[in-house]
Design a binder for this molecule. Structure first.
Ligand code: HEC
Length: 302
């Protein structure tokens, strides 16, 4: 009996040792990626300043999802995107010039680097900032967005530093998060963004517009559960023709996006599916998104 106990003890101790070792290796491997410095050279862009441009800048921050929900929030003072001991504590920073501002000392180049390349002025990767979808934003659009944010009244809001929890580190190491944890790792830093993009009703322009949907509906738009969402929240719908949208016309899609009511009479909760964003989209933008979604290959949901 004593022997059996002794061996069980040895096996258990061995198992615990292995688990501790794996955790330690994972911790150091993720730290290496989190603390890596990137040296990215960028060209400055021009920042317009007259009032009509500021209004367009405001509209763009809405349809690009900068202030969405719990990210930088509508006053850009910063929010709480995730407060989960396992996945992590993610506090999108205060972008106004008030106390606790992350951007008060930013040069134009620093703005370009953080939005398009996902790194801070020290070259450190920004956690969860979805720069991979902003890397291709035109100079004109980025300039309008920065102009608007710089025009905002200062908000005093000191944010704690964001941190990844153990599960967040596992998602980072296994590349299993729906969106890159460190988008700077997947961006082609040598690609040149367009100077400006003309809005046209085409699938190509729809692809340029669809980034804000990919936050939840995933990169390939097949939808699936949203990590960190409240328990019981519905998964994001499959927006490819493999899902329900195959049965819809463009008019039905536009009505759904602008009223939150689907052709099947399902009421979409704006806190879960942020359809009011589409109220700020032009017909051209919305129809282009529809064309792009319809052009995807029909894939089944995650
Ligand atoms: C914050 C996360 C989030 C974002 C961003 C988002 N969606 Fe959704 N969307 C959802 C969720 C979750 C559902 C499922 C809601 C439900 O089942 O009640 C959904 C449902 C939908 C539906 C209804 C599908 C159906 O079959 O009834 C459409 C259409 C849709 N989204 C389109 C879009 C488009 C287009 C965008 C980008 C402009 C977008 N969504 C951005 C989370 C999001």
């Amino acid at each position: 009996m004593k022997r059996v106990l002794k061996w069980t003890g040895i096996v258990l101790a061995g198992l615990i040792g292995v688990i501790v070792l794996v955790a330690l290796v994972g911790y150091f491997m993720s730290n290496r990626r989190l603390n890596k410095r990137y040296d990215i050279a960028v060209e400055p862009i021009s920042i317009p300043s007259d009032a009509t441009n500021l209004e367009e800048g405001r509209r763009l921050t809405v349809i690009r999802g900068c202030g969405a929900g719990d990210c930088h929030t509508s006053d850009f003072g910063g929010g709480v995107l995730l407060d989960d001991p396992l996945i992590g504590h993610i506090y999108p920073p205060n972008l106004t010039s008030g106390a606790g501002s992350a951007t008060a000392g930013y040069s134009i180049e620093d703005w370009v680097r953080s939005v398009r390349h996902g790194v801070d002025p020290d070259g450190k990767a920004l956690l969860i900032m979805p720069s991979s979808k902003y890397a291709g934003l035109s100079d004109e659009e980025l300039g309008l967005i920065v102009a608007y944010i710089q025009s905002l009244p200062p908000i005093d809001h000191i944010q704690p530093e964001s941190q990844l929890g153990p599960l967040g580190r596992v998602l980072l190491l296994t590349d299993q998060a729906p969106l890159p944890v460190l988008s700077t790792e997947v961006i082609d830093h040598d690609a040149t963004a367009p100077k400006s993009v003309t809005p046209v009703v085409s699938a190509d322009f729809g692809k340029y517009m669809v980034g804000v949907c990919q936050d939840c509906h995933r990169q390939d738009l097949t939808g699936g559960p949203i990590p960190g969402a409240a328990p019981g929240s519905p998964p994001a719908a499959n927006l490819t023709p493999g899902g329900n949208l195959a049965n819809w016309t463009y008019e039905q899609f536009a009505t759904t996006m602008r009223t939150g009511l689907t052709p099947e009479n399902k009421v979409l909760d704006p806190l879960i599916m942020p359809w009011p964003v589409a109220l700020e989209m032009t017909d051209v933008e919305l129809e282009a998104i529809w064309l792009y979604l319809s052009s995807l290959s029909p894939t089944s949901a995650n």
